[in-house]
Design a protein around this ligand. Structure first.
Ligand SMILES: *Cc1c(COP(=O)(O)O)cnc(C)c1O
Length: 243
């Protein structure tokens, strides 16, 4: 009994902390938009729930958050169907975004589960997604990922390959790409990377920009981000050091 009481109190404390996290993040986004002269409605907060269980996610849903990001298809497939079933009445669906790298052989699962995919970065994947989208009749919002720092270990298109890739998506794979995503190098100022991503999007007529994480989202908003992907700022530090 005592044990039960104790854990209930801790659960409530944790839940309060998490809701404070999302409230603080909403304030910071609103301030960032005000400073940049932008309407706050033009920035979508993607709450990155990778590695976290339903007990951590539920309070954030309860605080009104509707858009969540995951970086692994398998993890999302195991975790989200019950949450979606519980919290997505037909008039107000939760949105699930894939923000991590996608293998072509998981394109089928990704198209079936996700409402947006932020990591389209090569022809084989574009082709697999084009086929699955045609087959399933689902149309997730698509972002092409740009490796703005040309980091060898990182996913994404090299900036100089972006225009040709976007043309191939349109003309060969029947894919409608709506925006660009980037993850600036860890050890560099993010602003030039956001600026470059915005420039490539602009010259290709793309309206959406998925950029900005917990450490740099106000800068990203100043450079036109329409989707900021925040984990730590909402949920606290993750148990494992996934990037
Ligand atoms: C984990 C992750 C994030 C969130 O990172 P935080 O620093 O915790 O905000 C954003 N984007 C991608 C692609 C990620 O993998």
């Amino acid at each position: 009994m005592l044990k039960f009481e104790h854990s209930r109190v801790i659960d409530e404390m944790e839940s309060t902390t998490k809701q404070a996290g999302i409230a603080a993040v909403r304030d910071a986004i609103a301030r960032g938009c005000r400073d940049a002269g932008r309407d706050v409605a033009t920035v979508t907060l993607v709450a990155v729930s990778k590695t976290l269980g339903a007990e951590a996610i539920e309070p954030v849903i309860a605080a009104g958050q509707r858009v969540f990001g995951e970086n692994r298809v398998q993890e999302a497939k195991a975790k989200w169907p019950p949450l979606l079933a519980r919290h997505s009445p037909s008039d107000s669906r939760l949105e699930l975004h894939l923000i991590g790298p996608l293998q072509s052989n998981k394109a089928k699962d990704a198209v079936a589960l996700f409402d947006a995919i932020h990591s389209v970065d090569r022809a084989s994947l574009a082709e697999a997604l084009g086929k699955e989208i045609a087959k399933q009749g689902r149309r997730p919002l698509l972002f092409a990922e740009i490796n703005t720092g040309a980091e060898p270990q990182k996913a994404g298109l090299l900036p100089q390959d972006a225009d040709a890739f976007l043309a191939a998506c349109r003309e060969r794979y029947g894919l409608s790409i709506s925006g660009l995503m980037c993850i600036p190098p860890h050890d560099e100022a993010p602003a030039p990377h956001f600026a470059l991503t915005a420039k490539i999007a602009n010259r290709n007529g793309l309206k959406l920009l998925s950029m900005g994480m917990s450490a740099d989202f106000t800068t990203a908003i100043a450079f036109g981000a329409t989707h900021v992907r925040l984990g730590t700022a909402i949920f606290g530090a993750r148990p494992t050091a996934l990037t």
